[in-house]
Ligand binder design. Structure first.
Ligand code: NAG
Length: 229
């Protein structure tokens, strides 16, 4: 195979991908159907405390959050970067919402070491300077899929499982309740958070997802984390 044939073919692919991204970026934000959860973030912690019904405090948080895209696209993000909810934070949109106030599923162990889970909307994260304590405003989901912002995500699966497993999912929270050995799974969608990414020049989804601005920076140019080529 000669380079003469290969090079134009590669360019054509890039142009096609660019045009498709442009169309998607201009599509109306509110569609009739919910987006597929094609991006997952995971934050781990030693303990979760509901200081009141709408405030979740995680303590002993790991120093990095993990993300998983389609296939084997995965990586880590420093916790202080991921849950920086202040204006200008890497995952905060121009209207001030962190990750579009996503739906997340909290797994942990409660009384008698019984595993349980709660589904909730997360908003306004606050992180301590050492990254070990993270607080969210939360709204616990009690009506199953109706309040979940994505389809085919962790939260949707947990709702399905809960239909046949007693106590697998809690739909109300007692103020003061604590859980241990926490994993918080945040369902997200790449297209839905693209407007956030467009305001941060260092965000990059890698060659086949990008919308321009320089191939191959990965998540956090210069930071050395995230994917990309
Ligand atoms: C959060 O992001 C803002 C805006 O970029 C920045 O000024 C601040 O230092 C960040 N906070 C942390 C804890 O990294």
């Amino acid at each position: 195979m000669s380079a003469k044939i290969f090079v134009p073919f590669f360019l054509a692919l890039c142009l096609t991908a660019g045009a498709r991204d442009l169309q998607q970026a201009q599509a109306p934000a509110s569609g009739a159907s919910k987006p597929v959860a094609d991006l997952l973030f995971v934050l781990s912690a030693q303990k979760a405390t509901f200081t009141d019904a709408n405030t979740l405090t995680l303590t002993g948080v790991t120093s990095t959050a993990q993300f998983y895209g389609s296939g084997a696209r995965a990586g880590i993000i420093p916790t202080t970067v991921f849950v920086n909810g202040t204006a200008g934070g890497s995952y905060v949109s121009s209207n001030g919402e962190w990750l579009n106030n996503p739906t997340a599923t909290l797994f942990g162990f409660g009384d008698n070491n019984a595993q349980t889970s709660l589904i909730m909307t997360l908003a306004s994260p606050q992180v301590s300077s050492d990254g070990e304590t993270v607080t969210f405003d939360v709204s616990v989901v009690s009506n199953g899929d109706a309040s979940i912002k994505t389809i085919k995500g962790v939260a949707n699966e947990v709702v399905e499982e809960s239909a046949t497993q007693a106590n697998y999912l809690q739909t109300a929270v007692q103020p003061g309740a604590t859980l241990s050995n926490i994993a918080l799974f945040v369902d997200s969608n790449r297209e839905a958070i693209k407007p956030i990414a467009q305001t941060k020049t260092f965000w990059w989804w890698g060659p086949h997802w990008g919308w321009g601005g320089g191939w191959g920076c990965g998540w956090g140019c210069g930071g050395g984390y995230g994917w990309g080529k």
